[in-house]
Design a protein around this ligand. Structure first.
Ligand SMILES: [Zn+2]
Ligand SMILES: [Zn+2]
Length: 94
């Protein structure tokens, strides 16, 4: 219902389970509780339940249309759900 939700996944709808970003980002901070060095079981469980797919906005490059036009690929991916070129697959209800 939100007009801001422009991140509809289009095109390829394959979900490859092996695709997933790490639960902690490269700085070592948990994506769920935002604590450094988190080993919280509930965060791990949330993470294990998620399914990820390649971001439709950037095609996994993290740059807008980076996969379509390398010359124009100077802008960072505009999807706020994009983590390292992947987005969480929302087609799976929990
Ligand atoms: Zn955590
Ligand atoms: Zn992206």
């Amino acid at each position: 219902m939100s007009a801001m939700d422009t991140n509809v996944i289009t095109g390829s709808s394959e979900v490859v389970e092996s695709l997933r970003p790490s639960r902690v980002n490269p700085a070592g901070v948990c994506r769920y509780c935002l604590r450094h060095g988190c080993v919280d079981v509930s965060c791990v469980e949330i993470y294990e339940a998620t399914v990820w797919t390649v971001c439709a906005v950037c095609g996994g490059t993290e740059y807008v249309n980076g996969h379509l036009d390398r010359e124009d690929a100077a802008e960072r991916c505009s999807s706020n759900r994009c983590y390292g070129g992947l987005v969480m697959w929302l087609g799976k209800a929990v």
